[in-house]
Write a protein that binds this ligand. Structure first.
Ligand code: CA
Length: 408
């Protein structure tokens, strides 16, 4: 497929002002000044694509006339100035709405989930929790046409050789007919579908679990569930082993050198006075466990098994692994964490975020769509309201600003 989403703006020659501390300003061309034409770069990549088993017909079909989308380079170079607190991250990813949606999916997809557990040894709640965190159960796939995004990243910016590998993989996926070209959209960096696999991950681990001959992670939730279970099995998931448990530390325990990767027998932790949050003994069935502490010793603290490491490997972030782990527990009927996060201004669920956005709109702020995502415009409006109300000005959407605006 040729991609024709060239904007006028991306073809125009733009300039940015680069100013030194001494006040001297130069007008320099920005990334936008570069040509969107990728044909010279594609000609250079063709031999490597051939070596990578992309046929000339596939290459011609998908790269002829391909134009760069420089917005993906801006994403690649983006440095967030606003660091999300773990309690904000968790309260939006694992809220009552996602638990209810997950419970509905568990029931709807029961036959496929039971089959996935039989074949790969990963339980339904864990598979559904990954699905919920990755794509909100198939509702959020990303909007970037993948051939264009990965073609651009193969020719511009940092890590071109990494993205070339993903670009050739995406072309092989199209060549094999797994997914229709016009359906293949995803994140700016190339992750796509219900499970947000990168193309090379797809090639290693995607399975055709509904038996139609194609592994279609865009349009078959059954294929996606089987592929997720396969991913976790290959990452070392051990059937029947919990991911871990929340624990209570004794006062004065030395935690020097402890971490998720430093696994010790449960009995060692018990001997040092670590207990479950209700004060009862640690279950020996956990085997060997490491320490996971994302907000210091005064926040929720966990002992985690090798199965947590399998969840971690999905996205290489401990906060991300904990979101999946916790959602899976909630889907099994567990309560929220026993220990509150160490903050006096707890995070907001997506429903509360939408309510906060509605209150900001009522006060005349232009924040874009009321979508439960607190982006730059929402944060600017929060900042203005915090200033007006004499609160701490941090542009963060938490319980304090929500309660203040509810009160008028
Ligand atoms: Ca299939």
């Amino acid at each position: 497929m040729k991609n024709r989403t060239i904007t006028i703006a991306s073809e125009a020659l733009r300039f940015v002002f680069s100013c030194t501390l001494l006040g001297a300003c130069l007008m320099v061309p920005s990334a936008w000044a570069q040509s969107t034409d990728l044909s010279a770069c594609m000609a250079k990549l063709l031999p490597a694509a051939r070596t990578g088993k992309v046929t000339d017909a596939t290459w011609a079909r998908h790269t002829a006339g391909l134009q760069a989308d420089f917005s993906v380079i801006e994403k690649l170079n983006f440095q967030p100035e606003f660091r999300t607190a773990i309690w904000d991250y968790m309260s939006a990813l694992v809220d009552d709405e996602r638990v209810a949606d997950g419970a509905a999916r568990l029931s709807e997809q029961r036959p496929a989930l039971v089959r996935a557990e039989q074949r790969f040894g990963v339980d339904p709640a864990t598979v559904v929790a990954v699905w919920g965190v990755e794509s909100n159960f198939g509702q959020t796939f990303g909007k970037y046409p993948l051939v264009q995004a990965l073609g651009t990243l193969s020719c511009h910016g940092r890590r071109q050789s990494f993205f070339q590998g993903e670009f050739f993989a995406v072309l092989r996926i199209l060549q094999a007919g797994h997914i229709a070209p016009e359906r293949l959209v995803g994140s700016w960096a190339g992750a796509f579908g219900h499970t947000q696999f990168m193309p090379t991950t797809f090639e290693r681990l995607a399975v055709d679990f509904d038996g139609d001959g194609r592994a279609d992670l865009m349009d078959s939730s059954v294929d996606a569930l089987g592929s997720t279970a396969n991913f976790l099995a290959r990452a070392g998931w051990q059937s029947g082993l919990p991911w871990g448990i929340e624990v209570k530390l004794p006062t004065g325990i030395s935690l020097a050198g402890e971490g998720r990767r430093t696994k010790r027998p449960v009995a060692d932790w018990a001997a040092r006075g670590v207990r479950r949050t209700d004060g009862s003994a640690l279950p020996e069935s956990l085997g060997s466990v490491g320490l996971l502490m994302l907000a210091g010793a005064n926040g929720p603290v966990f002992l985690v098994t090798r199965n947590f490491d399998a969840l971690y490997s999905y996205n290489a972030a401990e906060s991300y692994g904990l979101a999946i782990a916790h959602l899976s527990d909630r889907l099994r009927g567990a309560s929220p964490f026993a220990t509150p996060w160490p903050t006096d201004d707890a995070g907001l669920s997506r429903a509360e975020r939408r309510e906060l956005q509605g209150l900001l709109v009522m006060r005349g702020h232009d924040i874009g769509p009321v979508d439960g995502m607190l982006g730059d415009q929402s944060r600017e409006a929060i900042r203005a309201e915090q200033k007006r109300l004499g609160m701490e000005v941090n542009a963060r959407g938490g319980q304090k600003i929500l309660k203040a605006l509810r009160g008028g």
